[in-house]
Write a protein that binds this ligand. Structure first.
Ligand SMILES: *Cc1c(COP(=O)(O)O)cnc(C)c1O
Length: 385
């Protein structure tokens, strides 16, 4: 068995060769501290500055508005805590389907005395902008809604939510880790004030990410130390990582449109193939407002983890939407918020495609899924769960 098919791009992506090439000198020859004023330092600083300009050009913003961080998780923490701390107290609005980096940050803020409203979603995982409007209170200080959900791929109506935030003068943070470089992003049209994105979801390195903070947005730093990043995020810069992130964004700008089209066609081939071949399977997430490469399935009366492990034996990497802990099946918070019944949620499996995915990969996965699900259902008769 030598075939390997990676369909877990929403978890992480392989670094693009052009990105690796750009990073390499920064591990060896160009090693100075960007804060040093000598030539060694200046060379490293130039790499960081160029990366900042590349990211800013892509987003059509000013380079001074970009802050580099250690990952999407830090960007989300910084955004939510930074907006909250700048206001001291009050009420925040988020959704029930956010990444844990936002959800658990909000829970931590609740423990500190902030109030948080967790807006629900419909059966497709979509937030209703009117629910956001209804959740607004006189003391609402920030709204944080993700652009696209990593599990089911649903793209949220950010422009409508942004308009509501603007009308009320409330800053809007958007976790765009799953969308930057995959679908168009217009910060002004969307009415966004703070945007998170991460390197390793877009063929860049792990452990590096950024936050865009619209000029004039009141935010306080959550990490203190030196004067780095205009005193917004202390710590010696991850120079090779930042250089890689800048290059990854530049490559996305060049490739994203053609790739989105190609990946969407493959995704639909997978959806059609699986739904035609496997009985009692459904697509989860929004039927049309979804990420180009994400296909999440609900396979009734089968355990997610059994499918993931069964496909792993065939060299296929996908991810589970439900976990089996101490004999209990626990669907992800996203599926719970969508109200997916347990007999369907127990078999949630996410396939996320990327730039190296081929039609042969998709056909191979379809070939493998059908007999696997049949076998698993025979081993675990309906209702036994
Ligand atoms: C992956 C992910 C994150 C976290 O980013 P890391 O760089 O892995 O810390 C945050 N939000 C979403 C939507 C993600 O998919």
């Amino acid at each position: 068995m030598s075939r390997h098919v990676y369909l877990d791009h929403n978890a992480s992506t392989p670094i693009h060769p052009e990105v690796v090439a750009e990073m390499l000198p920064y591990f060896s020859e160009i090693f100075g501290n960007p804060s040093s004023i000598h030539a060694f330092g200046r060379e490293a600083r130039d790499g960081v500055d160029r990366a900042r300009e590349r990211v800013a050009r892509f987003l059509r913003v000013s380079p001074q508005e970009i802050v580099f961080t250690s990952g999407g998780t830090e960007s989300d923490n910084f955004a939510v805590k930074g907006l909250a701390a700048a206001r001291g107290k009050g009420h925040l609005i988020t959704s029930k389907v956010e990444h844990h980096a936002v959800l658990r940050t909000c829970q931590a803020l609740e423990a500190q005395g902030f109030d948080v409203a967790y807006v629900g979603v419909d059966e497709h995982g979509m937030v209703n902008p009117d629910d956001v409007r209804r959740a607004i209170r006189p003391d609402t200080i920030a709204i944080s809604i993700m652009h696209a959900n990593s599990e089911v791929g649903t793209i949220q109506p950010i422009a409508a939510i942004g308009r509501i935030a603007r009308e009320h003068g409330i800053p809007l943070h958007v976790d765009a880790v799953q969308t930057l470089g995959k679908v168009p992003l217009d910060l002004d049209a969307f009415g966004v004030d703070v945007l998170s994105f991460s390197g390793h979801k877009i063929y860049g390195p792990k452990g590096v990410a950024a936050l865009w903070i619209r000029k004039g947005t009141r935010m306080v730093a959550i990490q203190h130390g030196g004067e780095h990043e205009r005193r917004r995020r202390a710590g010696t810069e991850n120079v090779p990582g930042i250089v890689g992130l800048g290059k990854a964004v530049e490559v996305r700008a060049r490739d994203m449109h053609a790739e989105a089209e190609r990946v969407t066609a493959l995704r639909d081939r997978l959806i059609d193939g699986v739904c035609a071949r496997v009985p009692e399977v459904r697509l989860s997430g929004h039927p049309t407002q979804r990420l180009p490469g994400t296909a999440s399935f609900l396979v009734r009366h089968v355990e997610s983890e059994s499918i993931v492990l069964g496909l792993d034996l065939k060299g296929i990497g996908v991810s589970a939407g439900s976990a089996c802990t101490a004999g209990n099946i626990e669907p992800s918070h996203v599926l719970v918020a969508m109200g997916v019944p347990l007999d369907w949620a127990m078999g949630a499996v996410r396939c996320s495609l990327g730039r190296s995915t081929t039609a042969e990969d998709i056909d191979y996965v379809i070939e493998c899924v059908e007999p696997l699900v049949r076998k698993l259902r025979q081993a675990m008769p309906v209702g036994a769960a």
